[in-house]
Ligand binder design. Structure first.
Ligand code: C5P
Length: 229
């Protein structure tokens, strides 16, 4: 951890292009990258594998505090890194819809979020950090040099996810995805702790009618305006 290293916090729901934008920013600036959703996904997966019920706050929090989780940068991997849980590659296992649902369940527990706080802050190193999540600008890095909050309509986000899955040869109904997105949004926005809301000083980007390139350009404009590039 290096409290002096600048942070760009990028928050918002999934399907807004957030992940891609963050990776592109990290690449363009040569900064570190934290995909905080991976931590929640890994905890959900670890709990399922250990037979710990997802609704058991304390046992899940104990897992969150103790799991052996490592990130290995890999330019050939789909998300630019390999994720190891107890030395096993879980990069693919954490990306399923089911893992996303499990993540959102364990993420609602204050004790789980507290257990992951230090781990997330440890990513803050020079020359800087791009932090991707739901509460990067509000809770984890409230002193971020720039806070972006990406949104898009649920319908557009479901359509994007549908296309992504189709490219992988996975056929899921659009309607089921939309319902899933709505349920997860509700849980993420409505939870008592670290709800998915923009920080007061966040800059909002509605990506509904934008392609990824346009979102990256808009994000870079804010980065430059803030004197970070
Ligand atoms: O971003 P991703 O889809 O990987 O996140 C999975 C889930 O983890 C989210 O739906 C959310 O419930 C939770 N999460 C969170 N806080 C973060 C990142 C993810 O609560 N900073």
């Amino acid at each position: 951890m290096d409290a002096g290293a600048p942070v760009i916090a990028v928050d918002g729901p999934s399907g807004t292009g957030k992940g891609t934008v963050c990776r592109r920013l990290a690449q363009a600036l040569g900064w570190h990258f934290l995909d905080s959703g991976v931590l929640y996904r890994a905890v959900g997966l670890a709990a399922q594998r250990a037979g710990v019920p997802l609704n058991a706050e304390q046992p899940v929090a104990a897992l969150a505090a103790n799991i052996d989780l490592r990130f290995v940068p890999d330019p050939h991997a789909e998300y630019g890194m390999t994720v190891l849980l107890d030395g096993e590659d879980i990069s693919a296992a954490i990306r399923t819809e089911e893992a996303g649902g499990a993540a959102s369940q364990v993420a609602a527990f204050p004790a789980v979020r507290a257990a992951l706080l230090k781990r997330q802050r440890a990513f803050r190193r020079r020359p800087g950090l791009i932090a991707d999540g739901r509460d990067m600008g509000t809770v984890v890095f409230p002193d971020a040099a720039l806070k972006l909050f990406l949104t898009a309509s649920p319908e557009e986000r479901a359509r994007r996810r549908h296309n992504q899955l189709k490219e992988k040869g996975i056929d899921v109904s659009l309607r089921a995805l939309l319902e899933d997105i709505r349920a997860r949004d509700e849980r993420d926005r409505g939870r008592a702790i670290s709800p998915l809301v923009p920080a007061a000083d966040a800059r909002l980007i509605d990506t509904t009618a934008m392609d990824v390139e346009a979102v990256v350009n808009e994000a870079m404009r804010h980065v430059r305006e803030q004197g970070l590039a």
